[in-house]
Design a protein around this ligand. Structure first.
Ligand code: IVH
Length: 673
């Protein structure tokens, strides 16, 4: 190798080492030495060098956490040994009974235990071969899990590779398996749900569900944005525990650079276990993630082996579960909230009650069906539960002598509490809605949708800013965003010169986003991201879309009478036409490239599976879509064709089972013409 090339290679490797070192400090030890900006700079340098020398890119480079194309599904993988669950205990008596059993079965009384936090996420196995991360597998049913490696690679606290010397020092062989808990920290959970709310998407009930939803994303890019974290608590080789003490396992994993929860303790008696449990019950709210109890494990592996398993749980470990944090309080009133789509949500106003360190004043009642199920009336005493959930919820009505029942029955208002328009409940739907497009409550939510990342991507225009803008009357519709000046922003709270300028710049940049984003941003009912894309391609301009008839609209891919009607209705309102005109004047992109999609495959749904020999997945998808067809990820009765390449797996089986037509690439080629 030429000397210069060798130099570059060394430079790149040194930079990677440096980045890995800082990643470890930041993501594993929570103790950074350099600022985020300095870290980003190092990363940019590496990206730049790798871009100039693409042959030198290695899979374990810190730049390669996100990569690969979206997948169609996850491959099932058998675990090296079953991933077990834990038996639960709920009080001291049950815990003592467990201890007695340990004593009886081992014939010893001097047993050491390790106490750990019971992290509320999902268990995940990591496979390392030759020090390189090669597998991430979910627990699944305990015997067979799903291969989520590409998504796991995006978790910053999971090392992509561990140097051999480091493993040696930690006493770990180069081929090994780690077991641990994948979780979503509360801050990331909150942020994600806020973003989902803005987009009118359903919210995840708690961080555990959010973790599971995130790690099963088909696009690792999405997983990467959501900032999951991973704590290791097990080390296996060939399916067997490697060290002779659990406490050694944890220390070794830590020494190898994996993240091991520091809140753990090796103890020598049940009294000490009980102290640990009591101590963390009071402190659990200070943690940046959810825990639902404490796990107690017998330290010596020889004793673990003697104790063995019952069914699907080991006898050598037990979970002590904390009670759900709940409180009893009086439900004083039921208020109704209006969302972007006009949905009315009943919210309980409570006499303030302290639950797990937080004062709770409101709790959701979800909808009218839930109120009926609970049988709750205004004035009742209720049990309020607060999990990792977004908003506390009313769990049940207290019915006993000390708590008199309320008497006022709640009814959904007949008119919107914000604008006074008549409320509608569509036949067969649970929710009540306000149908006034100009309802001020909807305005706030509409602006948030318009500014959100997937739409006009105005970074910084979140809830806090939008509240101020709408409250002050500075923004009365989405076009007003483009009239905002730096001076306007400086007049608001928490704005300094730089932050105001940033927003102004963001707004300016958004003008360049393509037509489909603006169409999506208008928030027409039933017009989502994909439909907006088809509309933009078909009509090529907002003007053409505005003047399209119902029939013309239905010529567009995937647009049926319901969507066509909604679009026509939207443009029939003068205020909406005026709004579009103002967006035009503001300089937004209202024209685009017309693209004729064929109609040959209109209405036909395809699923691609296996490895195609002649095209990439994306190319095949594009061909089908250009011919008017639709490509989806999973096979159902509605699928018209499954295109099977080499090594096709479960989707092919499913197609056969359902009697869906299976074709090869060649036949697909003929179909698309
Ligand atoms: S040990 C055989 N340790 O709790 C050992 N599990 O209810 C099984 N969990 O599936 C796991 N924190 O997902 C262990 N410190 C911890 C844990 C933990 C959370 C989860 C794990 C397991 C579930 C069982």
């Amino acid at each position: 190798m030429a000397a210069a090339a060798k130099d570059v290679e060394q430079k790149i490797e040194a930079l990677r080492e440096k980045i890995r070192y800082h990643e470890h400090l930041y993501y594993v030890l929570d103790n950074p030495e350099i600022s985020d900006t300095e870290f980003d700079k190092l990363m940019q340098q590496l990206q730049q060098l790798e871009a100039e020398h693409p042959t030198l890119i290695t899979p374990d480079s810190p730049t390669q956490r996100v990569g690969g194309k979206p997948r169609e599904g996850f491959v099932k993988v058998r675990h090296s040994s079953p991933m077990l669950s834990l038996d639960n205990t709920y009080n001291e008596e049950e815990l003592r009974a467990w201890e007695r059993r340990v004593h009886e079965l081992t014939g010893r009384k001097d047993v050491d235990y390790v106490c750990e936090l019971k992290l509320d996420g999902m268990s995940l196995s990591l496979g390392y071969d030759d020090g390189q991360l090669v597998r991430g597998i979910t627990r699944g049913d305990g015997t067979v899990g799903e291969d989520v490696t590409l998504n796991v690679r995006t978790v910053r606290s999971v090392p992509l590779s561990i140097p051999k010397e480091k493993l040696k020092k930690a006493g770990i062989p180069v081929d090994f398996e780690v077991r641990g808990e994948l979780l979503m920290p509360l801050a990331a959970f909150k942020k994600m749900n806020e973003e989902r709310e803005m987009k009118g998407l359903s919210l995840f009930a708690n961080p555990r569900n959010a973790t599971a939803g995130t790690v099963r994303q088909l696009e690792s890019k999405v997983t990467a944005q959501r900032r999951l974290d991973y704590f290791a608590y097990g080390l296996l080789q060939h399916g067997r525990t490697y060290f002779d003490r659990h406490s050694k396992t944890l220390d070794a994993l830590n020494a190898a650079g994996l993240k091991v929860n520091p809140n753990r303790k090796l103890v020598h008696s049940m009294e000490q276990v009980w102290d640990f449990i009591g101590q963390w019950e009071g402190m659990r709210d200070s943690l940046p993630y959810e825990i639902d109890g404490i796990v107690v494990k017998v330290d010596r592996v020889a004793l673990q082996d003697e104790l063995g398993f019952t069914g699907k749980a080991p006898r050598w470990a037990i979970a002590y579960k904390y009670a759900a944090r709940a409180g009893i309080t009086k439900l004083e009133e039921i208020r109704v909230q209006v969302g972007r789509t006009g949905k009315l949500t009943p919210v309980a106003e409570l006499a303030p009650v302290l639950i797990g360190g937080t004062t709770v004043r409101n709790a959701t009642l979800h909808n009218m069906d839930e109120i009926e199920r609970l049988g709750v009336t205004i004035g009742d005493w209720v049990l309020v539960e607060r999990g990792g959930d977004v908003i506390p919820k009313v769990a049940k009505v207290i019915v006993d002598k000390e708590h008199p029942r309320g008497h006022k029955t709640f009814h959904m208002p007949e008119v919107c509490p914000v604008c006074g328009t008549k409320v509608v409940r569509t036949e067969g739907e649970v929710d009540y809605r306000c149908v006034n497009a100009n309802c001020p409550a909807k305005l706030r939510e509409t602006i948030l949708h318009f500014a959100s990342r997937g739409v006009m991507n105005i970074d910084g225009m979140g809830e806090a800013l939008v509240n101020q803008l709408t409250d002050r009357g500075l923004v009365k519709d989405v076009a007003d965003i483009y009239k905002l000046t730096k001076k306007d922003l400086l007049s608001l709270q928490r704005f300094a010169d730089k932050s105001a300028q940033n927003i102004v710049d963001e707004i300016e940049t958004s003008k360049k986003l393509p037509l489909e984003r603006v169409i999506y941003g208008l928030g027409m009912r039933f017009v989502g991201e994909r439909t907006a894309q088809f509309l933009a391609e078909h009509f090529g301009s907002m003007e053409a879309l505005e003047h399209a008839s119902q029939e013309e609209l239905q010529d567009v891919n995937e647009v049926g009478p319901r969507i066509a009607e909604s679009i026509v209705e939207f443009f029939s309102i003068a205020a909406n036409r005026k709004l579009v005109e103002r967006l035009h004047e503001a300089g937004l992109t209202l024209t685009g490239q017309k693209k004729q999609r064929g109609t040959k495959l209109a209405g036909k749904t395809f699923v691609l599976t296996g490895t195609l020999a002649h095209f990439t997945r994306d190319e095949a998808k594009k061909m089908i879509e250009d011919a008017g067809g639709k490509v989806t990820g999973s096979v159902s009765k509605k699928t018209d064709y499954v295109v099977a390449g080499g090594d096709a797996g479960s989707k092919l089986d499913k197609a056969k089972e359902l009697g869906v037509k299976v074709i090869d690439e060649k036949e697909m080629g003929k179909l698309v013409g």
